[in-house]
Design a protein around this ligand. Structure first.
Ligand code: NI
Ligand code: MN
Length: 229
């Protein structure tokens, strides 16, 4: 049985056969964080969708302490490697097999700077992930606007889709409803809302629209809440 725990914002803990992972572990400075970086002592993988602080978050310190490998786009991975971390620097559309299952990087319409030493450097492109856990596919969209590429995910047979609904930097709830219609996942979990004033959104309104159109089942997770799938 696979397990998904919402940690607030776009951060999740994902567990299954051979995998104990964090996705976008923005915990320090996250007003909704349900965990602290030190809570994690046996993480083997970390997935980072892009270099913005509310996504790369505590990835570096947690990866170093747990000797975890960081999945992210190749350019950002190159920089993380230069910092002494283990990485899987894949790229958009690339799929590869790992001991726990396969991983595919998906397009995300967004930026991906490397923010280090008070400078902004080129960090490649933002991405999302399709991660196989116990043979089931979890799609974490990262930060992205609605894109036709999401329609390609329908044939992947996504079990759980994690979609931003907060607007301003990403899709808003109405566009996320359309995304759910493109992807048709079994379960949809809204994320990236209500952490900061510009991304205020109602997950219940999102759920009502998705349910009303019978696009997917929606589970609204409170930070700290867990889903078994
Ligand atoms: Ni971002
Ligand atoms: Mn963000």
């Amino acid at each position: 049985m696979a397990k998904l725990r919402y940690l607030g914002h776009s951060a999740f803990y994902l567990e299954g056969n051979g995998i104990k992972a964090l996705v976008d572990p923005f915990l320090t400075g996250n007003p909704l964080a349900a965990s602290a970086p030190d809570d994690f002592t046996d993480i083997n993988y970390i997935f980072v969708t892009h270099g913005h602080g509310d996504h790369i978050g505590d990835a570096i310190s947690i990866a170093a302490r747990n000797d975890a490998a960081i999945f992210t786009c190749n350019e950002l991975a190159g920089w993380l490697s230069s910092q002494g971390l283990r990485t899987e620097g894949m790229h958009i559309g690339g799929r590869a097999a790992f001991p726990f299952g396969r991983v595919k990087l998906t397009p995300a319409w967004h930026g991906c700077p490397i923010q280090a030493d008070g400078e902004l450097r080129y960090g490649g492109v933002a991405c999302g992930f399709v991660i196989e856990v116990d043979g089931k596919k979890v799609y974490h969209a990262g930060d992205t606007g609605l894109t036709m590429e999401m329609k390609l995910l329908e044939e992947e047979g996504i079990e759980v889709a994690l979609l931003p609904i907060g607007g301003y930097f990403t899709m808003d709830a109405d566009d996320a409803v359309r995304a759910a219609g493109f992807i048709r996942p079994k379960l949809t979990v809204p994320m990236h809302y209500n952490t900061f004033p510009p991304i205020k959104a109602s997950p219940q309104e999102f759920a009502d629209k998705v349910n009303g159109a019978r696009l997917s089942e929606v589970r609204i997770l409170e930070p700290g809440e867990e889903l078994i799938f």
